[in-house]
Design a protein around this ligand. Structure first.
Ligand code: MN
Length: 497
């Protein structure tokens, strides 16, 4: 994730020559002030770079070409301080292939009632200048985020900060490699999908490997690596002496080291496993997957590469933020009318970044798969807000579905030896689960207590995929209509692609 910190957002100010050099100098100074202020915000994760004020079609096009070709720029924030006739922007915008955010702001927060004159009016024109720009973006059908507010307004800055983190994840996904150990779980539909379409739309590529490739890497792990990992386990987690000295835990450490070296060697940022294909591995990777997720890798079980990619992307968005992000599965329900809940868990693979307390290492038999007893981290998640997100392949398009959830306190479950989360979906389980099922959402998700739905909405916007949000206002009749209307929209907008 260190590479990510070097990436920049460019701040682009539009104007025109009509106003003369004095006004343009002032425009430049004002833009620099806004950039400085945004950069001083703790919420903003990437450096925002001030770029010279643009006043001609040629300079606009040059800047867009430069933004396209430099890997360091991951998005543009545009602002029309004055009027900037928007036909000047067409040639630049038609080639721009980086996401952009339109910041509709101005330097002064308040109108200076006693001193306002025509000079002030000529300089501070974004209220109409930004509308001219908005028209051409709408006319060209360009996806973008529009943020309105004074540049020192925390609400506006937060919405920009969210978009910047989404841009970082979008950039990361464009050249993400996902390793797939084994294929899809046999007969499962939702974890399938068109990998060529996914690469065209979302950038990432999926590489399949036979288990023998991974097993070779696991078998080559030096003894000292296993010893080092076992020491880490005992300092980071709780466990009984029996578990600490078990052959199962040694084997789990060997799998972790072998998997990590395989992923590092291949430059992979996400991976999948499947319990149906573990040929040559002694146990289903549990603690290994959990700890690799905690280090930033995306993960999907049962060959679920779409969820693996999404988990990685959410981890990029959430980098350094409070809370955590994990692969998740809706496992079983609590249908008590006094509080209907979902118990989320998986066979083993839940990321310890969402743990409330120090996780406990346990070794137990797995009831499916027929392998040796795997080691896993067991923990619960603290109450608070969260989201579940999924991406599905509908044949003619990808759809992202996000459900806001409230994580609630989970009673003790002394006989359940896996990490788990208890939540109530918004607006309630009855409506939330019905909406999710009507929309075709998977049983696997990227679960996060770090980011909210706005991050995913911005991210889906950049990827230009369908976005459905199930929040506290969700109403099934409207949702069904939204799904129907989207069918028509995507049918037409996709054309012959
Ligand atoms: Mn599963």
């Amino acid at each position: 994730m260190n590479e990510l910190r070097k990436k920049e957002i460019w701040f682009i100010t539009g104007s025109q020559h009509l106003y003369g050099p004095d006004v343009l100098r002032q425009v430049e100074a004002d833009s620099a002030e806004i950039v400085g202020s945004l950069n001083s915000s703790m919420m903003v994760s990437q450096k925002i770079v001030f770029r010279p004020v643009l006043t001609t079609p040629e300079s606009i096009r040059e800047t867009c070409l430069e933004a396209n070709s430099t890997g360091i720029c991951i998005g543009l924030i545009v602002w029309m301080h004055t009027f900037s006739p928007a036909k000047m922007w067409i040639n630049g915008l038609r080639i721009l292939d980086k996401p952009f955010l339109h910041f509709h702001t101005q330097l002064n927060r308040d109108i200076p009632w006693n001193s306002i004159d025509m000079d002030f009016m000529n300089l501070n024109q974004s209220a109409h200048g930004d509308r001219e720009f908005g028209f051409i973006a709408a006319r060209m059908r360009l996806g973008r985020k529009v943020v309105v507010g004074h540049y020192r307004d925390n609400e506006a800055v937060k919405r920009i900060a969210v978009w910047i983190r989404a841009a970082a994840a979008y950039d990361d996904a464009l050249n993400m490699k996902i390793a797939r150990f084994g294929d899809n779980m046999r007969d499962v539909a939702v974890t399938e999908g068109n990998k060529v379409s996914a690469q065209i739309k979302m950038g990432y590529s999926v590489y399949g490997y036979g288990m023998g490739d991974l097993v070779k890497s696991v078998n080559e792990v030096p003894e000292e690596d296993i010893r080092r990992l076992l020491e880490e386990y005992s300092s980071e987690y709780r466990m009984t002496r029996e578990v600490a000295s078990s052959e199962s835990l040694r084997e789990a450490a060997r799998i972790e080291a072998g998997m990590e070296s395989f992923l590092l060697d291949g430059g992979f940022r996400a991976f999948t496993t499947t319990f149906e294909d573990l040929h040559g591995l002694k146990q289903l990777p549990g603690i290994a997957v959990q700890r690799l997720m905690a280090r930033g890798y995306g993960f999907g079980a049962e060959g679920d590469w779409k969820t693996a990619a999404l988990v990685r992307s959410v981890k990029i968005m959430a980098d350094g933020m409070k809370g955590g992000t994990s692969f998740m599965e809706d496992y079983t329900y609590h249908f008590d009318p006094a509080g209907m809940r979902v118990l989320g868990a998986h066979m083993l693979e839940v990321c310890p970044t969402i743990a409330e307390d120090k996780p406990q290492v346990e070794v137990h038999q797995l009831s499916i798969g027929g392998k040796e007893d795997p080691a896993r981290l067991v923990f619960k998640t603290a109450p608070g807000k969260g989201i579940n997100a999924t991406v599905i392949d509908l044949g003619n398009r990808f759809r992202m579905i996000v459900n806001d959830v409230r994580v609630v306190k989970c009673p003790d479950m002394p006989l359940l030896p896996v990490a788990s989360v208890l939540w109530e979906p918004e607006p309630c389980l009855r409506t939330g689960a019905a909406a999710w099922i009507l929309a075709g959402g998977a049983h696997h998700t990227a679960f996060s207590t770090a980011v909210d739905a706005e991050y995913l909405e911005d991210f889906a916007g950049m990827q230009d995929i369908e976005f459905i949000r199930i929040d506290e206002k969700c109403e099934l009749r409207s949702l069904k209509n939204e799904l129907r209307w989207n069918e028509v929209y995507y049918h037409f907008s996709n054309g012959i692609r």
